[in-house]
Design a protein around this ligand. Structure first.
Ligand SMILES: [Zn+2]
Ligand SMILES: [Zn+2]
Length: 366
């Protein structure tokens, strides 16, 4: 049996689709058949060429990290998921989208999301299926995965192992809790999940900024108390002032950067109350700079970076969805579906850099 994988061979050029033999899972491994894979902001950065300083392997790089699938084949010795729930072929699975080495000092202390040996999978190397823009995904032995509760529909599962895990970890690192004011810069896939999770964690007030009205509207449906359209408030000064007005002169306890623009760090620090925390998540592109006035940090303001999540969070997120799926419009986050073969049409349509798009989250379906 053969399967397709999407490969990027050159930044800024169309993707190529290659076919490889589908491997038999080894002892402890699992072969998933992908059912959908999300186009994440970080995938757009790669496609757009924002990371030209990261060289591509000669054979090209596999694409896609978030997504969900069903068990195609269990390797010898695999009968349960990571929480001892029995699994069989055809079961729906959410897996950790972090593939760490389990060997470095950070993995040893459990910070697998900060593993120093995480890298991008090169195309053409066994077991071939190591990106989610593909027909299959190979989970190596001992890779964390979880059976999806039957009551959850497929269409809300895609973002669980990227956007949802990432923003929840960011909120936890900021110490977000009951009564806090949380400002969310960017109402895409990350931002909408951040609104829902911040409210679930007890945030008293959530304020969301974006350029797209459809996204801000959706943010309100997810529980945002206030939205700020940055076309209307079109300078950093007016946006900062608006946050201070909306918080009655107290400022925010947490500001989360979910867009990927360096200058939002400086803007976000000015939105914080003393003791508040700025969480940098979106700016994954290296080499961008912003200047800040360090004296603004003296009264206890914090800046923390956050990247992905620990796999133990995934069952908590599935529980969160079970509790909230009928209260919040998770089914609206995935706004567009494209066949995998149409990936070179999907990416230009999902692009939000310097343009408007109706897409909140697009997924590729094999
Ligand atoms: Zn992602
Ligand atoms: Zn490691």
């Amino acid at each position: 049996m053969k399967g397709r994988v999407v490969v990027i061979k050159e930044y800024g050029k169309p993707f190529e689709i290659e076919e490889y033999d589908v491997p038999e899972p080894e002892q402890g491994a699992v072969l998933l058949r992908m059912t959908q894979a999300g186009i994440c902001g970080s995938d757009l950065h790669i496609w757009r060429g924002d990371q030209v300083n990261v060289p591509l392997p000669p054979s090209g790089r596999l694409m896609g990290h978030e997504g969900t699938g069903v068990v195609e084949q269990l390797g010898p010795g695999v009968a349960t998921d990571s929480l001892n729930t029995p699994v069989k072929e055809g079961d729906r699975i959410v897996y950790s989208a972090v593939f760490p080495c389990y060997h470095c000092h950070l993995c040893l202390r459990g910070d697998t999301n900060w593993c120093v040996n995480r890298g991008y999978a090169a195309a053409g190397e066994y077991p071939y299926f190591r990106g989610t823009y593909a027909d299959f995904l190979y989970l190596p032995p001992r890779h964390p995965f979880f059976r999806v509760p039957d009551e959850l529909p497929d269409d809300i599962l895609g973002p669980v192992n990227c956007a949802m895990g990432t923003v929840t970890t960011g909120l936890m690192r900021a110490g977000a809790r009951e009564g806090h004011t949380v400002v969310i810069q960017g109402a895409g896939g990350l931002g909408l999940h951040a609104v829902a999770m911040a409210k679930d964690m007890g945030a008293g007030q959530v304020i969301v900024l974006d350029r797209l009205d459809n996204r801000l509207q959706l943010a309100e449906e997810f529980g945002a108390d206030h939205t700020i359209n940055i076309e209307e408030f079109n300078t950093a000064e007016t946006r900062v002032q608006r946050v201070w007005e909306l918080t009655n002169g107290r400022g925010a306890d947490v500001v989360m950067e979910l867009v990927g623009r360096a200058e939002l760090l400086a803007e976000g620090i000015d939105m914080l109350s003393n003791g508040g925390t700025f969480v940098e998540i979106g700016d994954i592109v290296r080499g961008r700079e912003v200047s800040i006035d360090p004296s603004k940090l003296l009264a206890g303001k914090n800046i923390v970076g956050s990247l992905m999540y620990r796999p133990e969070l995934l069952p908590t997120l599935l529980d969160f969805l079970v509790r909230n799926q009928h209260k919040l419009p998770f089914h609206k986050i995935i706004s567009h579906k494209f066949p995998l073969a149409d990936i070179n049409e999907a990416f230009p349509q999902a692009e939000w850099n310097q343009r408007q798009t109706q897409i909140t989250r697009a997924v590729l379906v094999p």
